[in-house]
Design a protein around this ligand. Structure first.
Ligand SMILES: Cc1cc2nc3c(=O)[nH]c(=O)nc-3n(C[C@H](O)[C@H](O)[C@H](O)COP(=O)(O)OP(=O)(O)OC[C@H]3O[C@@H](n4cnc5c(N)ncnc54)[C@H](O)[C@@H]3O)c2cc1C
Length: 291
């Protein structure tokens, strides 16, 4: 059977771009699909300090550098929201494309906080929206690495940042916790749970918690991520995360997956690039065996 592409990579985050670079360099006819700007989550990270080769680089700058490499290799990146993958056919909101192999690198989306949908001053991305709250008071809900990174970014711009932590401590790298402790405009509320929200004209004005009420100008949310894989009906999953073997292959013979979308322990940039490398090299091997 003839396909439009040897391999289609779905997702143009760091995992998708890494897979595409490996495939193109080994002469595979590859297409990358994404329904957003190249870079994925990287575009929402203020600063990366643990990616080898860069002491410190902003997420968008790292995304741009990788995208430049993708462009230089002449890899085709097309807009498209993938709605279905079945029998080697990828259906997007714009077209249908066939591929011998498919690599899914679609990441995951931020978990929403209940009752905040209609509120205008609620954000899931400090890098995107912090400037709206220059010299103002904001709160951030969460206690993980990403919540702490977001709090540090906000603290450089906002007057005061209140971390609302459900846990009794922050679950983040020590180096980040030290930085938080050295910021005099970050206040942390531990064992703190939001009970109700007060708003006027869809603007959140106050959060009421078991530890008291806090008047704020904006609320940031970093309470984790969840996979968006309902449309991938034939794939084996665990809590929505795709199960892969050591070659990054799913239970469907021609579909691979890598990055934040797979079931694993560590969700980091370096793990995403490692898995993408494994997926791409195994796709290439399978294509070579058949040709
Ligand atoms: C605030 C924050 C800070 C972080 N800081 C660090 C850090 O300092 N160091 C570190 O190592 N890691 C960090 N991480 C984790 C790291 O960002 C992720 O592990 C990594 O970016 C995941 O890459 P990915 O390519 O798997 O997914 P993503 O970057 O999420 O890319 C997925 C892509 O798929 C696209 N997509 C999704 N669904 C579809 C669809 N149906 N059709 C078409 N396209 C689709 C999306 O638009 C997106 O572009 C951080 C994460 C966050 C949230």
């Amino acid at each position: 059977m003839t396909y439009n592409f040897d391999c289609v990579v779905v997702g143009c985050g760091i995992a998708g771009m890494t897979a595409a670079i490996y495939l193109k360099r080994s002469n595979v006819n590859v297409l990358v699909l994404d329904n957003d700007a190249p870079g994925g989550l990287l575009n929402k990270i203020s600063v990366v300090e643990n990616y080898p080769g860069f002491n410190r680089i902003s997420g968008p700058d790292l995304a741009y550098k990788i995208y430049e490499q993708v462009n230089e290799l002449g890899i085709e990146v097309r807009y498209g929201k993938v709605l279905e993958v079945k029998d080697h056919i990828i259906t997007t909101d714009l077209e249908q494309i066939s591929a011998d192999k498919i690599i899914l690198a679609i990441g995951r989306k931020a978990r929403k906080l209940e009752n905040t949908n209609n509120l205008k001053n609620v954000s899931y991305c400090a890098v995107c929206d912090a400037n709206l709250y220059k010299d103002k008071i904001v709160a951030i809900v969460g206690y993980s690495n990403s919540a702490v990174e977001e709090a540090l970014y906000l603290a450089d711009i906002c007057k005061k940042v209140i971390i609302i932590s459900r846990g009794e401590k922050l679950k983040a790298e020590e180096i980040l916790i030290d930085k938080v402790n050295n910021k005099n405009n970050i206040e942390i509320q531990f064992n703190c749970v939001i009970e109700t929200l007060n708003s006027e004209n869809n603007i959140l004005t106050k959060i009421n918690t078991n530890k008291g009420s806090f008047s704020i100008d904006g609320l940031f949310i970093a309470i984790g991520y969840e996979p968006n894989t309902e449309f991938l009906k034939d794939l084996k999953k665990d809590n929505g995360y795709i199960i892969v073997d050591e070659k990054m292959k799913t239970n469907v013979d021609y579909i691979y997956a890598c990055g934040d979308i797979i079931k694993k322990d560590i969700y980091q940039l370096t793990t995403a690039t490692g898995e993408a490398t494994i997926a791409a090299i195994n796709v290439k091997k399978e294509l070579s065996v058949r040709s």
